[in-house]
Design a protein around this ligand. Structure first.
Ligand code: ZN
Length: 173
């Protein structure tokens, strides 16, 4: 059996801010464009389930999908010692719908904008930018998308910078 870390801790460490509805915890789903938190985190069963897009699974599925990891990469990331035999193929038990590159861009960028911790934001932004460079060059190739996408990007960035202390010299005081 795998000794998996707590799903809620991993989700919080990835920058999600769970909100409580009654006894249940929800996050904005990273697997579809979500405006109202619809992804349930069940800490008893240690699973997540999105009521909007049906994304579903355990902490390993979450990390595999969020980071685009294979099963062994997700185990490394979660510091799980996988005992060889129990492998898991990508997409095996997940019902996660493939997003278009544009939807994925918006979902991921919206997630970045919600990070309110400077250190987490910087690390996530660096990682995101590295992973998305090929996509950015693709959209720049599509002329009609370019202006819209770039202006959207900077609007989000300005909005982010103006609503938190990122970049301000007195952020640490
Ligand atoms: Zn969803």
């Amino acid at each position: 059996m795998l000794d998996k870390p707590d799903i809620l801790s991993i989700i919080k460490a990835a920058g999600f801010q769970p909100i409580r509805r009654g006894s249940r915890l929800f996050i904005l789903c990273p697997f579809h464009p979500d405006k109202n938190p619809s992804c349930l985190i069940n800490t008893e069963r240690q699973i997540f389930h999105c009521f909007a897009c049906s994304a579903h699974g355990d902490v390993i599925d979450f990390v595999m999908e969020l980071k685009g990891f294979s099963f062994p990469e997700a185990c490394d990331y979660l510091r799980i010692k996988s005992k060889g035999s129990s492998n898991r193929s990508n997409k095996a038990k997940r019902k996660i719908k493939r997003l278009t590159p544009e939807e994925k861009f918006h979902v991921e960028f919206a997630h970045l904008l919600r990070l309110r911790n400077e250190v987490v934001f910087r690390a996530a932004f660096d990682e995101w930018l590295t992973n998305r460079l090929s996509f950015l060059s693709e959209i720049i190739d599509k002329l009609e998308r370019t202006l819209e996408a770039i202006s959207e990007f900077f609007k989000h960035l300005i909005c982010y910078i103006s609503t938190c202390n990122v970049g301000k010299p007195n952020a640490k005081s």
